[in-house]
Design a protein around this ligand. Structure first.
Ligand code: CAA
Length: 367
C-alpha cells in the first residue's frame, strides 16, 4: 500500500455509450450548415446512450474497468465518490449503485458530489485530501465522474451533447501524481442550471461563455502574475481544460493570452501543441460534463513521459473552477484503459439523423 506522502492515480477506467451521431447528421435535421457545428463549435461526433444505457451503466462500466486495470482487492477500498449532474435520484447517491454492483459494504465512506461539470474534480480532490489526511488507513479511493449531457431538441446546446464516464483509483501514483496545491475560484451565477423535475437544463449561453472565461482568468492568474504566466505555462507539457465544446477552450485560451498580454502567435502555437492535442477524444464524444476534463487528462497522459507535467483546468456552471497539476509517472500509450476506449470508439454504432430522432422520442418521454 502507500509508502510515502505522494498520492495520485493508480488506475483508470473509461466508458462511453454504444451510439455515435456525426454532427453532419444533426445538421441535416436542424437546418444548419454542418460547418457551424464542426468548425464553429469544434464537435465531430456525439456519444449517445442506447435504450439500455444511462448514467448508472456508464459509471459501472468505467468503475469495473478501473478495478480490472488496477488489480487490487475490493477490501482495499475505503472511499467511493461519484460525481454527476445527471443523477437519476435526488437522494440515493450514484455511489450506492457502485457499492451495490461491487457488493461492497463496511467501513467505507460513500457519497455523491454535485457541482455541475466541476463535480468530478471536487470528487478527485476530496479523494486526494482524504489520502493526505491520514484518515484513509492505507486504503484507496474509487472515484467516478459520469454524465449524460442532453438538451431539449433544437436547443443551441444540442450539438454539444455527449456522454461518458471516467473512473480512477486514487492511491499510489502509478500513473500520475497529483500536486496537493491547487488554484480554485467560485462565484454564484445562473449560467446553466436544471430545476428539480426538469429533464433538460436551462442555459444562458452567452453568460456561460463569459463565466467560463472569467473563471479561467481568475484561476490561471493565481499560478503566476500576469506578466510571468507565459513562462509558467511552458512548464506543462499539456494543458487540459473542461471541454463543453472544443471551440470554447480555444476562445478562452485566446482570451487568457490577451488578458496577460502574451503574443497571440505564441498563444496559438501553445494552444495547438499543448491544448488542442488533448481533445482528441472529446471531439468524438461530446460534452460529458463531470467526465469531460478527465477524458482530456487521460488523453494527455497517453502522450506523456515520466516526470512531465500537465495542468488541468476544471469549470462547472453555477460556478466553480479549479486548476490541478499532475506529474506523469509512466507513459500510458499502450495501457489497457487506452485500448478499451479506442475499441469502444471504433466499435460503437454510428447512427444517422432518422435513428437519432427515433431515440430522442424515448429520451423525451422517459422519466
Ligand atoms: N461555419 C463556420 N462557423 C460558423 C458557421 C458556419 N456556417 N456559423 C456559425 N459559426 C460559428 C460562429 O461564428 C461561432 O464562432 P465564434 O464564437 O468564434 O464567433 C460558432 O460557430 C458558434 O456559433 P454561435 O455562437 O452562433 O452558436 P450558438 O449561439 O448557436 O450556440 C452556445 C453556442 C450558446 C455556446 C451553445 O452551444 C450552448 O448553449 N451550449 C451549451 C452551454 C455551454 O456549453 N456553455 C459553455 C460554457 S458553460 C460550461 O462549460 C458548462 C457546461 O459544460 C455546459
Amino acid at each position: 500500500m502507500t509508502t510515502n506522502n505522494e498520492f495520485g492515480i493508480s488506475a483508470i477506467g473509461l466508458a462511453i455509450p454504444s451510439y455515435g451521431l456525426p454532427l453532419q447528421e444533426l445538421a441535416k435535421i436542424r437546418n444548419t450548415d454542418a460547418t457551424k457545428f464542426i468548425d464553429g463549435l469544434g464537435c465531430e461526433v456525439m456519444a449517445l446512450c442506447n435504450s439500455a444505457e444511462n448514467v448508472v451503466t456508464l459509471a459501472l462500466k468505467a468503475v469495473q474497468r478501473a478495478l480490472d486495470n488496477w488489480g487490487g482487492k475490493l477490501e482495499d477500498i475505503g472511499l467511493v465518490v461519484a460525481a454527476t449532474e445527471s443523477s437519476i435520484d435526488m437522494s440515493r447517491p450514484l455511489s450506492s449503485w457502485v457499492m451495490q454492483e461491487l457488493n461492497l459494504k463496511g467501513n467505507i465512506r460513500s457519497y455523491e458530489v454535485k457541482h455541475a461539470c466541476y463535480g468530478g474534480t471536487v470528487a478527485l480532490r476530496q479523494a486526494l485530501e482524504w489520502k493526505i489526511s491520514g484518515n484513509s488507513k492505507n486504503k484507496v479511493a474509487l472515484v467516478v465522474a459520469a454524465d449524460v449531457a442532453l438538451y431539449a431538441q433544437d436547443h443551441s446546446g444540442e450539438p454539444t451533447q455527449g456522454a461518458g464516464a471516467v473512473a480512477f483509483i486514487i492511491g499510489e501514483p502509478n500513473i500520475a501524481s497529483i500536486n496537493p496545491i491547487s488554484y480554485y475560484w467560485s462565484e454564484s451565477q445562473y449560467d446553466f442550471w436544471r430545476p428539480v423535475g426538469d429533464k433538460y437544463p436551462e442555459v444562458n449561453g452567452r453568460l456561460s461563455l463569459t463565466c467560463y472565461i472569467n473563471a479561467m482568468l481568475n484561476c490561471f492568474t493565481q499560478i503566476a502574475p500576469k506578466h510571468e504566466l507565459q513562462n509558467y505555462l511552458q512548464e506543462y507539457n499539456y494543458i487540459c481544460c473542461h471541454v463543453p465544446f472544443p471551440k470554447m477552450v480555444h476562445k478562452a485560451f485566446a482570451k487568457l493570452g490577451q488578458f496577460c498580454n502574451i503574443d497571440p502567435l505564441f498563444v496559438e502555437s501553445l494552444y495547438l501543441q499543448r491544448v488542442y492535442a488533448t481533445m482528441d477524444w472529446n471531439r468524438k464524444i461530446g460534452n460529458s460534463y463531470t467526465a469531460s476534463l478527465w477524458f482530456a487528462v487521460a488523453n494527455a497522459l497517453t502522450k506523456m513521459q515520466g516526470q512531465q507535467q500537465l495542468l488541468a483546468f476544471s469549470y462547472g456552471s453555477g460556478c466553480g473552477a479549479e486548476i490541478l497539476t499532475l506529474k506523469c509517472v509512466a507513459n500510458q500509450q499502450v495501457a489497457t484503459w487506452v485500448r478499451q476506449l479506442e475499441q469502444d470508439l471504433t466499435q460503437r454504432t454510428i447512427i444517422d439523423a432518422a435513428h437519432y430522432l427515433e431515440i430522442r422520442k424515448s429520451y423525451d418521454s422517459s422519466l
